[in-house]
Design a protein around this ligand. Structure first.
Ligand code: NAD
Length: 342
């Protein structure tokens, strides 16, 4: 059993992971400022504290009292397009804010850190499936802000002994019970947008690009079920205490070794925008109104990850890889917890 702090624990992936950590026997404290999260998704049996995790003055007493063994850091600004409009907010929150959090954690000897990183650290892929050794050339400030934090963590391992796992998620999707995506105007993820269009909560879904070099011309992405992501975090926390050679990340130039993991969390399979729409129609029995539009700048044709390292290093196997399962679980969640259909 560990005492674990989960930042962003009232959000989509953080709340689901808090439940998985609790089920694995850990004592969990969720810390969230509720800027985007909701108090009612914090699982039973998980302590909740409302605070801004980038405010050192607010976090210090929480960390001092919690005597945490580990911090899982989900709290972040997460919208790629928004990061192109206001990059300063992303560097302030995701990079500088994380540095302030790390500073407090170091002062209180919290020696383990699991970081929500992203596929956006890679940028435009030159090889697919994307392996962790792929070059990191982010095409937006969101990805850059997360990559900078990964690099800080390499130095913290070397200079402060902090053990860390940077988990690069591809497209988190699906739902379990109360833990699902938001259905509001900020939503930018394809599956919720398609389901909102199916149920009349949006007029239509926009399909950006129908002339990609893919089988049906639409872009292909790797979707991973949120419950599989949550399980990977429980395994990553355990793996941080393993000194086996397989837990070593050998590809960084800033000093890495055992106790530092960098791993993709992904399905390993890709689905096109059209496949998502067709699957949503099958699952819901409804028509998804879709409007074809030109490609968006910076959207690669295919983003599929290799999930091999997570399998080897964490012993992780996604249990819900089928697109129909992912879409159906999201649909159940929308019907039970989403805003009313018109
Ligand atoms: N959803 C995805 O597909 C995806 C993909 C790659 C990486 N990620 C990463 O996973 C993490 C979780 O994403 P999510 O989809 O659950 O998003 P989310 O918005 O549902 O969760 C983020 C949570 O952090 C909280 N938060 C934000 N700023 C805070 C602050 N200063 N102090 C305290 N709490 C704060 C929000 O209220 C929210 O509850 C993020 O770090 C994101 O970058 C998500």
């Amino acid at each position: 059993m560990m005492r674990v702090m989960v930042t962003g624990g009232a959000g989509f992936i953080g709340s689901m992971t808090a439940a998985a950590l609790r089920d694995a026997g850990h004592e969990v404290t969720a810390v969230d400022d509720l800027s985007r999260g909701r108090r009612d998704v914090v699982p039973d049996g998980v302590r909740f504290v409302q605070a801004d995790v980038t405010d050192a003055g607010a976090i210090e007493p929480i960390v001092a009292a919690g005597r945490f063994d580990a911090c899982l850091h989900f709290a972040a600004l997460i919208e790629v397009g928004d990061s192109m409009q206001r990059p300063e907010a992303y560097f302030a929150m995701n990079t500088a804010g994380t540095a302030r959090l790390l500073d407090v954690l170091m002062r209180h000897d919290v020696g383990r850190f699991v970081f929500s990183s992203t596929a956006a650290t890679y940028g435009e892929p030159t090889t697919v499936p994307i392996e962790e050794s792929h070059a990191n050339t982010p095409t937006n400030p969101y990805g850059e802000s997360k990559l900078m934090t990964e690099r800080m963590l390499a130095w913290y391992r070397r200079l402060h002994g902090l053990r860390s796992a940077s988990l690069r998620y591809f497209n988190a999707a699906g739902a379990t019970g109360r833990h699902g995506e938001r259905y509001d105007d900020h939503q930018t993820h394809l599956i919720p947008l398609v389901l909102m269009a199916a149920s009349g909560r949006r007029e239509h879904v926009r399909v950006f690009g129908i002339d990609y070099p893919t089988p049906d011309g639409t872009a292909v992405r790797d979707y991973i079920h949120v419950a599989d992501l949550a399980e990977a975090h429980v395994l990553a926390l355990a793996a941080l205490d393993s000194d086996s050679p397989s837990s070593r990340d050998g590809d960084a130039d800033v000093g890495t070794g055992d106790g530092r993991i960098v791993a993709n969390l992904a399905n390993g399979a890709g689905f096109s925008v059209r496949e998502v729409i067709t699957t949503a129609q099958d699952v819901t029995g409804l028509v998804v109104p879709a409007v074809d539009e030109p490609r968006r700048a910076g959207d690669p044709a295919v983003l599929i990850a290799s999930a091999e390292r997570a399998r080897t290093v964490l012993g992780w196997e996604p249990k819900r890889p089928a697109l129909a399962t992912i879409v159906d679980d999201a649909w159940q969640h929308l019907q039970a917890y989403g805003p009313p259909a018109p």
